[in-house]
Ligand binder design. Structure first.
Ligand code: LLP
Length: 406
């Protein structure tokens, strides 16, 4: 787990200046993570697509691009933001699911390769966009992830084309003048067993041998990120060795092997550690023998604990080393499930104290909402010189009215 990159004084200053709660990102850590990922793929024509669904702040996207990343976008909105951040069409891979002909047309008009993940979606693409360049998302039957909700391959998920339908997809593409230039997969998020990643990748390579003109082979993202202090970082050397094995196999066995662009598409690994969420303790109370620490970080601000029972490490700056007690940390939303941490051992804070939620850069702000009409927070970047800069303003109450028609 990443060390907290801010002192108590700096945390207090940021809360004072930008209000509470606020997401804060470290550019230095973000750039390091991009470099880690790029270092995994040796071959010159290999690329790492940052899966922007994890964090779409324009400043983050621009840094990722500057650090040499491509992008994986899954909607017209994500494509739009990637373009705003300066990604060229050939740098954006559109990996969609259950989309309309209009959305496919939007992507094709931008010059993007569209990844299709069903027989029918290939029919839609062929009829809406003859001449398109497509990839096919294959369900290689190996799934993995930190929760059932984010396992995206295998027998219990909507994603990908089952191997037995691949030929039909290829025939529809051919008949519709759609060129299949890529195969891709994504087995799930925060993969717990790296062996599943390699096994799935090898099935993808088996399938690639059936497509002699292939240009892109994308093994997906999902690299494990530790959220608990006792969990270990992934071994980048082991992963690099795995990609060397995969690359050697492609070059040895595929007729176009030397020219195939090998890709990955990590989201969480790139941005999880560079982001923390700062908030404020608003109440400490006892209810029927349980101690509740009430904060201004509701599940509208950070949804992961509520959605996946996800663990995020909590720090109470200034209370380090104090005696701990079992408490439940909650937000300010009108639901009993609005829990950031259940039965966690922490020191007892005072009302008004800052609270820090770590490893919050991935799937944090992007999954926030204005439920209970609580506004989304601001986002702040700590640049390489250590200066703070507002990269998204806090929403105001007036923003609630903007899309409404009366
Ligand atoms: N590629 C595709 C096609 C994906 O669907 C995803 C994530 C990724 C790449 C990036 O996966 P990553 O490297 O970030 O694990 N909201 C959940 C995670 C959902 C992931 C969905 N797909 C969470 O907060 O844990």
């Amino acid at each position: 787990m990443q060390n907290l990159f801010l002192t108590k004084e700096r945390i207090e200053q940021l809360l004072e200046q930008y209000g509470s709660p606020v997401y804060v990102y470290s550019e230095a850590i973000l750039r390091q993570k991009c470099a880690d990922m790029r270092g995994l793929l040796g071959a010159e024509n290999s690329h790492v697509s940052f899966s922007v669904k994890a964090n779409t702040n324009l400043s983050i996207l621009k840094i990722a691009r500057d650090a040499g990343m491509y992008a994986d976008a899954m909607s017209a909105g994500e494509i739009f933001l990637c373009k705003q951040a300066g990604f060229a069409p050939q740098e954006i891979f559109y990996v969609c699911n259950n989309v309309s002909a209009d959305e496919m047309r939007y992507a094709v008009d931008q010059g993007l390769v569209v990844s299709i993940d069903s027989v029918n979606q290939m029919r839609v693409l062929a009829s809406a966009c003859p001449g398109a360049r497509a990839a096919v998302r294959v369900n290689t039957e190996f799934g993995d992830g930190h929760s059932d909700k984010v396992v995206t391959a295998g027998k219990k998920t909507k994603f990908g084309v089952q191997l037995k339908f691949m030929q039909e997809v290829a025939e529809i593409a051919k008949a519709g003048n759609v060129k299949i230039v890529g195969l891709n997969q994504h087995i799930g998020s925060s993969v717990q067993n790296a062996k599943n990643y390699e096994a799935a990748a090898n099935v993808l390579i088996d399938m690639a041998l059936e497509f002699p003109e292939l240009e892109i082979l994308d093994f997906g993202g999902g690299f494990f990120v530790p959220y608990r202090p006792e969990e270990e970082d992934i071994d980048l050397d082991d992963l690099r060795a795995m990609f060397v094995r995969l690359h050697d196999r492609i070059v040895a066995e595929h007729p176009n092997g030397a020219n195939i662009s090998m890709r990955t598409e990590p989201g969480r690994y790139v941005v999880a550690d560079c982001g923390i969420l700062l908030g404020t303790v608003e109440d400490v109370k006892e209810n029927f023998g349980k101690t509740y620490v009430g904060t201004d970080i509701g599940f509208n601000v950070l949804a992961r604990p509520m959605l996946y029972d996800a663990y995020h490490h909590i720090v109470l700056p200034g209370h380090e080393g104090e005696q701990e007690q079992t408490v439940t940390v909650t937000g300010n939303i009108c639901e009993s499930g609005d829990i950031l941490a259940k039965d966690r051992n922490l020191p007892i804070p005072n009302v008004g104290d800052p609270i820090v939620i770590q490893t919050a850069g991935a799937y944090g702000y992007v999954m926030s909402s204005v439920y209970n009409c609580r506004m989304r927070p601001a986002e702040v970047l700590i640049d390489l010189e250590g200066r703070d800069r507002l990269i998204r303003r806090r929403e105001t109450i007036e923003d609630l009215l903007a899309p409404m028609l009366v």
